[in-house]
Design a binder for this molecule. Structure first.
Ligand SMILES: NC(=O)c1ccc[n+]([C@@H]2O[C@H](COP(=O)([O-])OP(=O)(O)OC[C@H]3O[C@@H](n4cnc5c(N)ncnc54)[C@H](OP(=O)(O)O)[C@@H]3O)[C@@H](O)[C@H]2O)c1
Length: 261
């Protein structure tokens, strides 16, 4: 067996208290990384930290709200005091909710997704960028979504927040590549996590958080800059985007109408 590319790397995972972040944190510690778990729910972080310690993994947990820049900046300072410079930052924290039409809820829900999903990535990257620029190396990872490429009725806020992540990371990737820093944009399809637990609609190609984690970590180890998966859902998306407008509208409305009250 070859040497793990994550061995002794200091890796921050935001949104590590649940779902995909939790699965990636577990896999990374098994691969020998020093993993820092960030999220808001301290009880869940503590439980995961204990679980990883009991397996002999190197771990620490630090409460942080990615939507709040000072909170994120201070959390990373705390992380680096213990584990040293950050090698890889995985900006995974995110929320998904329908975009209702009632004005107050419309502003509240979409605002929350933009603050957490989009600004959360900006804050996470900014918190480690100065150090990575100084050292001339590092890997910034954003967990976006295939929803960045298509917008179903009632899902406008979520898709907009992820499309903005793709635009932001595509640009910053070019800015920092000459300085030795790699930026990866990861766009998964449906994953079985608490985020999708209440989703009763069709979820083509849905996979477990463990499977998604393994696919993402393999892509990161290969240094992939953009990784869209699974292939079947990516192909389906490509097909949907080729359909005439009226047909696409019909399908998107049917798919989205249960969420778009
Ligand atoms: N599930 C899917 O089908 C799917 C598909 C494509 C992409 N994704 C993306 O994958 C990522 C992980 O989602 P998931 O499915 O694993 O959902 P999840 O189980 O609901 O986990 C979301 C994580 O984000 C954290 N989080 C939310 N708001 C936060 C904030 N303000 N500050 C810090 N942490 C915050 C949550 O922790 P706390 O509540 O403890 O803070 C939790 O650990 C998200 O970016 C999501 O958009 C998911």
């Amino acid at each position: 067996m070859g040497r793990s590319p994550f061995l002794d790397r200091s890796i921050i995972v935001t949104g590590a208290s649940s779902g995909l972040g939790r699965a990636m944190a577990l896999d990374l510690t098994k691969a020998g990384a020093k993993v820092s778990l960030l999220a808001r729910r301290v009880n869940l972080l503590d439980a995961l930290e204990m679980e990883i310690r009991s397996m002999g993994g190197q771990v620490q947990s630090v409460p942080a709200d990615v939507a709040d820049w000072p909170s994120m900046r201070e959390a990373v300072q705390q992380v680096e005091t213990v584990f040293g410079p950050t090698d890889i930052l995985i900006a995974n924290a995110g929320v998904g909710a329908p975009s209702p039409l009632e004005a107050e809820a419309h502003v509240r829900e979409i605002g929350s997704m933009i603050r957490i999903n989009t600004l959360g990535v900006v804050h996470s990257f900014a918190s480690v960028l100065p150090g990575m620029l100084r050292r001339g190396k590092g890997h910034l990872v954003a967990i976006s979504s295939l929803a960045a490429y298509i917008s179903f009725a009632g899902e406008g806020g979520y898709s907009a927040s992820k499309a903005a992540v793709n635009a932001y990371t595509a640009s910053i990737r070019e800015q920092v590549r000459p300085k030795g820093i790699l930026v990866s944009t990861i766009c998964p399809g449906f994953i079985k996590t608490p985020m999708t637990a209440g989703n009763h609609g069709a979820m083509p190609g849905v996979m477990s958080a463990e499977k998604a984690s393994q696919k993402i970590l393999a892509a990161l180890a290969q240094g992939r800059e953009v990784y869209n998966f699974p292939l079947g859902t990516v192909a389906l998306l490509g097909l949907l985007r080729c359909l005439p407008g009226w047909m696409l509208r019909r399908i998107m409305t049917d798919l989205g109408e249960s969420k778009a009250d």
